[in-house]
Ligand binder design. Sequence first.
Ligand SMILES: O=C(O)CCC(=O)C(=O)O
Ligand SMILES: [Fe+2]
Length: 339
Amino acid sequence: MIAPAADNLSIPIIDLEPARTGTPEEAAQVAQDVYQAFKHVGFAYIKNHGVPQELIDEAFSWSQKFFALPQSDKDKAPHPPVGWYHRGYSGIGREKVVQMVFDQEGIAEKRKVPDMKESFELGNENDERMPNIWIPEEVLPGFRAFFTKFFGTCYSIEQLMLKTIAVGMGLEEDFFLRYHQTRSNQCRLLHYPPVEEELLREGKAERIAAHSDFGTMTILFQDEVGGLEVEDIHEKGKFNPAPYIPGTAVVNIGDLLMRWSNDELKSTLHRVRAPPLAVSDAGFSGRITRPRYSIPYFISPDRDRVIDCLPGCYGPDRPKKYEPIVSKDYISMRMNATY
Ligand SMILES: O=C(O)CCC(=O)C(=O)O
Ligand SMILES: [Fe+2]
């Protein structure tokens, strides 16, 4: 069931328990709720998603340990120079997320306002196109083993969500699963260090610039610090906070699922800025934001699959808005613009 939206939030909270353990009718209701959320907001909070809280807490604690390492140790797993090979460590200012800007000049302009974040990207250990880039084991023993396991665990949410949205769209339950066989997904550890709040509010620095995600869907675990903002579907340019809600993960649609659905599902813009000010802080300047950690898991279709408008999403009165595109071509194009 959809819980009432909290204050000005229009992002619904959806309990997935019935989708995992309920009757087919209960599961179908959840599928409807998920479909409606993705159609009207592009985002949902999910609870009872099946990944134990202890494991998520452990992931955050490993992430903190990793980012607390000396810079020279983090630099032992350098992200390659090209954007499409999205693995390993990127220091502050290295990646600049941009929204549909592809020319060198435009990208250079955007880079003048850096993203104040550092990240570590990892994927499938068997990925031959983009092998993982780890720091040496002795630098942080257990880090690689933990995230290899965590990456595998996220697949259970992926399967559940892919089935649920397929049912919600009136497709066969395994429709999307058939496009997600090779697990060419990506897990990302993000650390936004403390930064002067004024710089963020005045637009002189960003944490992560407004963007849509590239693939099918993103599952995002965030800490309690806040700062994630989602564009209001009714008012372009207005961003609403998507604060941490205990026991939930955030899920959002990416561009490829939006294209697949001929824009029926929304790949909504989002960004990370400063956490909202407490009323008592208003007018207080010189404030430094707390560090933020988040862990998104990006679900992408198998790389060579062609994403074309789904049956039922186009017709004589509703032409296809997009040309078919190969999954990896679209994702590489967007990633290449960020490095
Ligand atoms: O840190 C966050 O909460 C958002 C991260 C994000 O949007 C991304 O990496 O695509
Ligand atoms: Fe994102």
